[in-house]
Design a protein around this ligand. Structure first.
Ligand SMILES: O=C1NC(=O)NC(C(=O)O)N1
Length: 309
C-alpha cells in the first residue's frame, strides 16, 4: 500500500519485536490501540520454540531497564503466516524472522515472497540470546552474504534489525554493507547483548540462561540507541528508513529518537513494564513537547539534532 511504500504511518509508535507480539491476542492488542501505527511480530523461527529456561527476564529497580535471555520463544513461522494471512487491518504489519542459520532465513523469506502477505519483513540479525549462536550483524561478511542471497529473489519491503555498534569504524562498515542493498528500513537497536545484572539480596544473577548473561533494554540503553540511530541516519541512503528502538520511556525519548533521524519509534521494555497504555502516554507527552516548541509536525524535528560549532 502507499503507506508502506513511502513509510507513511498515521502514528509513529509501535512495539519492539519480542514484546506483546508472541500470540494472536497480543498482536491484536497492539493493532487495536489508537496510538500505534503498526505492529511487529515476535521474531519467528521455522519451528515453534520454547526458548531458554526461566527465569529469563528481569526488570531492574527504579525502572533503570531490563535484562532478558528469552532465546527466541515463538509459535513458529506458520503461526505468524496464518495470523497475517487472516488479519483484516489497514495498519501495516512487520513480520519479524530470526532463523538459526542462513538457510532458515532464506527459506522463510522464500515463503514470504511467495505468499500474499502485503506488509513489511524484518530480518532480525541481532538476537544475542541463543547459546552458541553469534549476533550475525557483528559479522559484516555474513551480513553481506545473507542480504546478497535474499535480494536475489526477494521483492517485498525488507529491513534488518541490528545490534548496537560501539565503534565509529563499525558504523562505517555496516553502513557500507547495507548501502549496497535496496533495503526498505533499518531498525536499530536490538538489546545490548550479554549484560550481567546482580540481585542485591542474594548476590546471584537474575536470569538463569548463560550464567546470567542477557540482553539489556530500557532506560540504560537510551544513549547507545540514539547514537546508533544518528550514526546510521548520517551514513545510510536517504531512501532507507530508520526505525529507532531502545530506551524509550517518555515522550522526550521519542522526540530524541526523531531528532536523531528516526522515522518510526519502537517501545520494548517500557511496553512490557507499563502495558498497552504506554502508547497513549508517549504520544500525549510528545504532543506536549511539540506544542511547547511551536512545532506542528515531526517533519520539523526529524534529523535536526544540532552539534556544537
Ligand atoms: O532479538 C532478540 N533480542 C532480545 O533481546 N531477546 C530476544 C530473545 O531472546 O528471543 N531476541
Amino acid at each position: 500500500t502507499a503507506a508502506i511504500q513511502n513509510f507513511n504511518f498515521d502514528h509513529i509508535l509501535l512495539n519492539a519485536a519480542g514484546v506483546m507480539c508472541q500470540t494472536k491476542e497480543e498482536l491484536d492488542t497492539v493493532l487495536a490501540s489508537n496510538y500505534t501505527g503498526a505492529v511487529v511480530t515476535k521474531s519467528a523461527t521455522p519451528a515453534l520454540r520454547e526458548g531458554n529456561p526461566t527465569p529469563r527476564y528481569y526488570e531492574m529497580a527504579q525502572n533503570l531497564g531490563t535484562i532478558n535471555s528469552m532465546g527466541l520463544p515463538n509459535a513458529g513461522f506458520d503461526y505468524y503466516m496464518d495470523y497475517v494471512s487472516q488479519k483484516q487491518t489497514n495498519k501495516p504489519i512487520f513480520f519479524s524472522i530470526a532463523g538459526l542459520s542462513k538457510q532458515d532465513n532464506l527459506d522463510m523469506l522464500r515463503q514470504l515472497e511467495a505468499s500474499d502477505f502485503e506488509g513489511l519483513i524484518e530480518l532480525n540479525l541481532s538476537c544475542p540470546n541463543v547459546p552458541g549462536k553469534p549476533q550475525t550483524a557483528y559479522d559484516f561478511e555474513a551480513t553481506e552474504a545473507i542480504l546478497t542471497e535474499a535480494f536475489a529473489f526477494f521483492t517485498k519491503p525488507l529491513g534488518v534489525k541490528l545490534p548496537p555498534y560501539f565503534d565509529i569504524v563499525h558504523f562505517d562498515m555496516i553502513a557500507a554493507v547495507l548501502n549496497k542493498f535496496p533495503l526498505a528500513f533499518v531498525n536499530t537497536i536490538n538489546s545490548i547483548g550479554n549484560g550481567l545484572v546482580v540481585d542485591p539480596q542474594t548476590d546471584t544473577v537474575v536470569i538463569k540462561p548463560k550464567a546470567g548473561f542477557g540482553g539489556l533494554g530500557g532506560t540504560i540503553v537510551k544513549a547507545t540507541a540514539l547514537a546508533n540511530v544518528r550514526a546510521l541516519r548520517d551514513r545510510l541512503r536517504d531512501d532507507i528508513k530508520i526505525i529507532g528502538t531502545g530506551g524509550v520511556t517518555t515522550g522526550r525519548d521519542v522526540y530524541d529518537h526523531v531528532l536523531c533521524g528516526a522515522d518510526l519509534v519502537e517501545v520494548g521494555s517500557q511496553l512490557a513494564v507499563e502495558g498497552i497504555g504506554v502508547f497513549e502516554r508517549l504520544e500525549n507527552e510528545l504532543a506536549d513537547i511539540l506544542t511547547a516548541k511551536g512545532y506542528t509536525s515531526l517533519d520539523q524535528v526529524r534529523g535536526q539534532l544540532k552539534t556544537i560549532a
